[in-house]
Design a protein around this ligand. Sequence first.
Ligand SMILES: *[C@@H]1O[C@H](CO)[C@@H](O)[C@H](O)[C@H]1NC(C)=O
Ligand SMILES: *[C@@H]1O[C@H](CO)[C@@H](O)[C@H](O)[C@H]1NC(C)=O
Ligand SMILES: *[C@@H]1O[C@H](CO)[C@@H](O)[C@H](O)[C@H]1NC(C)=O
Length: 151
Amino acid sequence: FAAFLLLLGMCIIITSGRPAPSSNAFCRIIWLFGVPCDQVNMAIVTGIKDDKKSYKLGPVTPDQILANHTAKDGEIANLNFTMDSTTLSMGCHVQGSSVSPFWFSPFDNGTNYCNLYKVIKGSGLNKTPGFVEFTNEWLCLGFGASVCKCY
Ligand SMILES: *[C@@H]1O[C@H](CO)[C@@H](O)[C@H](O)[C@H]1NC(C)=O
Ligand SMILES: *[C@@H]1O[C@H](CO)[C@@H](O)[C@H](O)[C@H]1NC(C)=O
Ligand SMILES: *[C@@H]1O[C@H](CO)[C@@H](O)[C@H](O)[C@H]1NC(C)=O
């Protein structure tokens, strides 16, 4: 079942992964959760609100959550969580992206990955049944370097 979800996640990335503008550093992640999207939406909003120092919540709709993240060095990243309940009958498919100006940190150092990861961890969604995270170095700059640094 997990393998099926992973495959599904990869197909979704391949079909929906548009190349990002080259002037930005970015990270794109697909998550699958075994809970309904309205719960996922609430948890993500709570996760963002819990860290008022770094995150600023933007417009929220049932399908989309926008937010900004300001790093200690002043770098601003635009976050976008888009929910899709139609892909999974019993759960929620979320595409998250974090985009920051390329000139600020050409090597990114996993900043954009951590911006997204911290929200999911803060929301507790990484503990829900059926949780799958899918990304890679092409979709998420500095992903390999960042995984151990977010904690
Ligand atoms: C987030 O940043 C964008 C520009 O990068 C700005 O237009 C938007 O108003 C900001 N949103 C919030 C909630 O601060
Ligand atoms: C957020 O991401 C979704 C899915 O990629 C996209 O359709 C939408 O236009 C994005 N919204 C903004 C404000 O960037
Ligand atoms: C990224 O890491 C490199 C090497 O550790 C460091 O020189 C650079 O300042 C870092 N950039 C940012 C934006 O943190």
